[in-house]
Design a binder for this molecule. Structure first.
Ligand code: KE4
Length: 448
């Protein structure tokens, strides 16, 4: 089987000009590191518009989008109901600095769909996890937290210890991925010392750490399905060990910023039968606008100011435009019970097609998938932990990413991220994706 002709390198003049301007006024030319294409090379595409399953970049290239704004766009871009809700909300003002009906309605919806008794809105997933951990420390009176190597929970200082997502992406680009997962500069050792780290999917290691230190731990925070080391799927034994942490008096915090309303209407908690004390959300509950939330048992949530002693505040918390987009999104998800089945079907067929295309081309990959979250790891696998993921061939991934992009498919620009399928991805998009992926795999083999 001969390799297909090289895809013509697309014209990215305007993106290049914008990137050059951006780098003069913004660190790395981007407002979030993973967007800089640091580990895949080339010029990041500056996006002009989006609709359905497609982005249009600044040079007019129409790209089939598998980032979906890193999860929020589960309905597809420019959803009519979300747009209409935003237009209507904007006609009544943009921010009040006082409570409004929309935040009450969204809180009622989130609590009803997730089982959380109370919820507090903030403006990002980072704020949600940061606040949940402060609440856990205030409620338990303990100071240590426990996270897992390669999990990413936003950029609060104590959570940038051995974290995934962009930290793994940058470390890999520098050839620094090793035993310990990367941590951020600027986090004093005294802060980092309050964060204990264990291995995802290693119940024995977790049990041992809990036996030794469980009485000091305020919270165990985890990604129910990891998206930030690439997709890692929890084993039932690991999930059971996580729930055992509660016997030591630690609060169990499910970070559902990525998985919430993504894997099921009740998130990974519903899908996996979890019983966390607190959960964190983001992404989908904002429908593309800045929203985060944390919530759970009322007994714990009532410790939050002004009802309790744990302070947390936010100028734009409960912003009416963001609430409007979130409400429209969750209502659309609730109104389409077949949606999650269609996402499951599409993404399962995508996974099968990718494995077949790679095998035909003689490229070694393994695919981890849960629902509409998927990662193609460039290695034989299995990939069940940060350590496993770190052994992936990131150079091969980068070449494959560029092969997809040159043919109009915009994959996540990092080996250590998940892609996201939306309701707007249909048969045509699946066929196009697999045809392009086959060509990119063959091109990869041809380059060897
Ligand atoms: P934000 O502060 O970015 O809204 O949410 C932080 C966060 C918390 N928890 C989980 C499980 C997350 O995945 C995230 C953010 N996810 C990344 C994607 N890996 C956002 C994309 C980016 O950093 O640009």
């Amino acid at each position: 089987m001969t390799a297909p002709p090289q895809a013509a390198p697309p014209v990215t003049t305007v993106s290049q000009e914008l990137f050059a301007r951006a780098r003069r006024v913004t660190p790395g030319g981007v407002n979030s590191p993973v967007r800089a294409f640091k580990s895949v090379g080339g010029t990041p595409r500056f996006i002009a518009s989006a609709s359905g399953a497609f982005l249009t970049d600044a040079d007019g290239h129409r790209l089939l989008d598998y980032i979906g704004s890193w999860g929020p766009m589960i309905l597809g871009h420019d959803h009519a109901g979300v747009r209409q809700a935003l237009v209507e909300a904007a006609q009544s003002g943009t921010s009040f600095g006082a409570p409004g009906w929309r935040e009450v309605a969204l809180a009622e919806t989130v609590t009803r769909l997730t089982g959380a008794q109370k919820v507090r809105f903030v403006s990002s997933g980072t704020e949600a996890t940061m606040s949940a951990l402060r609440l856990a420390r205030g409620y338990t009176g303990r100071k240590y937290i426990l996270k897992f190597r390669g999990n990413y929970h936003g950029h609060a200082d104590g959570l940038l210890v051995e974290a995934g997502s962009g930290l793994m992406t940058d470390a890999a680009a520098l050839g620094h991925l090793g035993g310990a997962a990367p941590s951020s500069a600027g986090v004093p050792a005294e802060y980092a010392a309050l964060t204990l780290v264990s291995e995802y999917n290693d119940p024995a290691a977790l049990d041992a750490l809990l036996a030794a230190r469980g009485h000091e731990i305020a919270a165990v925070i985890f990604e129910p399905v990891v998206g930030n080391a690439g997709v890692l799927i929890p084993t039932p034994e690991f999930l059971a060990a996580l729930h055992r942490s509660r016997k030591r008096g630690a609060l169990l915090i499910a970070d559902e910023v990525m998985t919430g309303f993504r894997l099921a209407l009740g998130g990974a908690t519903e899908l996996l039968g979890l019983t966390p004390d607190l959960s964190c959300w983001g992404k989908i509950i904002g429908g593309g606008l800045p929203v985060g939330a944390y919530g759970g048992r009322a007994e714990v949530m009532d410790y939050v100011s002004p009802q309790g002693p744990v302070y947390q505040a936010g100028t734009l918390s409960g912003n009416p435009l963001a609430m409007a987009a979130g409400l429209a999104t969750l209502h659309a998800l609730e109104a389409d019970p077949g949606l999650y089945g269609r996402l499951e079907n599409y993404t399962a067929r995508l996974a099968q097609g990718l494995l077949a295309a790679a095998a035909e081309a003689g490229v070694v990959v393994c695919v981890n998938r849960v629902g509409s979250m998927l990662t193609v790891f460039f290695q034989a696998g299995p990939v069940a932990s940060y350590q496993d993921a770190a052994h992936s061939d990131t150079a091969a991934f980068a070449a494959w990413f560029q092969g997809l992009l040159a043919r109009g498919v915009y994959w996540a620009p990092s080996q250590f991220e998940s892609i996201f399928v939306s309701a707007a991805h249909g048969e045509t998009e699946l066929e196009a994706t697999l045809s392009v992926a086959r060509a990119a795999f063959l091109e990869l083999r041809g380059a060897r």
